[in-house]
Design a protein around this ligand. Sequence first.
Ligand code: FMN
Length: 430
Amino acid sequence: MTELTKVVMRLDGVAEAHRLDVYEANGGYKALRKVLGEMKPQEVIDEVKASGLRGKGGAGFPAGLKWSFVPQDHPGPKYLACNADEGEPGTFKDRWIIENNPHQMIEGCIICAYAVGLSHIYVYCRGEFYEGKRKIEQAAKEAYEKGYLGDNILGSGFSTHLTVHTGAGSYECGEETALLTSLEGGRGHPKIKPPFPASEGAWRKPTVINNVETLATVPAVISQGARWHAGMGTEKSKGIKMVCVSGHVERPGIYEVEFGVPISAIINDLAGGVWQGRQIKGYFPGGSSTPVLPAEKVDVPYDYESIAEAGSMLGSGALIVFDSETDIVRMAEVITRFYAWESCGKCTPCREGTRWMLQIYERILNGGGRMEDLELLLSICDNLEFKSFCPFGDAAVSVVRSTVSLYRDEYEEYIREHKVYRRRFTPVKH
Ligand SMILES: Cc1cc2nc3c(=O)[nH]c(=O)nc-3n(C[C@H](O)[C@H](O)[C@H](O)COP(=O)(O)O)c2cc1C
């Protein structure tokens, strides 16, 4: 039976865990006291590096390494942007953290700020997360009152401040450079890289950008040590991950596991298996932006390298399962509609390409598809992937390319038989 390894979710089930007194009673802010009292900033960075902690917002970049890129001799100000924009379809873990354990994220932010010398923490919170925003603001207020935030934190001489900034519900604003543009008050469009945010970020000052779950893991790494963290998971994917399981399973939810467990174990042991006794047809291992994997690949170990080898990505940790009765073409169309809607419009391949793909899906689902539409879809994928301004374009083609390749017969059946999917289309607005 697959075990849960609760680290970020360790207070799951504890009443009122979002309150400072409850968090402290469960060991909260001990890691912050430890770094301020016993560790030099560089030692904190080294500890996080040694732990193998990787970013949990999608790319899996090593957190300590990212922190070490910030120039130490820069006169400042330097910033931390905590990415709480969580908009990937299938992902709902950061929301759980900010609503249920906000102090653990804040403690991680302050430790990062101390290690890198950051004078201000911005929590960029998804606009729709009303409750989450309220919880972070309340937690930050408590942290200020207790001296964990503000000037001269716990008498250490170190100062940092925290502001919660809400977005307006745009998926693109989770992309780090678009997040920064939005934070600065601009329209949420991405910026060209390099320069990378660690050297030139918000207001052209060095900025660390980390995901909520990444930062919420930091206090545990400090309290329990790099070796403890590095001892979990696989050789290259160390530690634990919150996996959001959704779709056609009996018990959708968030399950925190060590990297390396078989995906089938997450689906069957933890999420109760495919619903209604049906068979699995395939799954998205890391959210709607990751290529679909077929049922035969359900035993792949849940880690970055194994999933990449299988042809997809671990992404933000959103495991979406679909059963044998799923209409693949309709599913791909629903997701393509999301990307067409959410494209920020800055670059032509993404703005036009996502809408063209949607138009082709609408044609096929209305019974008017042509066999050449399949090659046309793939050709649009070629013109979008790695050719759009930011990785949004790559995200948008994943479902199209993978489902045309894995389930081509279902597309062909729609086209050959002029099958019509019975529902109303809502037009895309920009
Ligand atoms: C279109 C798009 C949307 C993204 N949305 C999010 C998001 O909602 N939350 C997040 O943490 N990272 C998101 N990312 C990844 C961020 O750009 C960035 O890599 C991440 O916040 C870095 O934090 P980490 O290293 O701790 O994972 C997104 C990337 C893209 C291309």
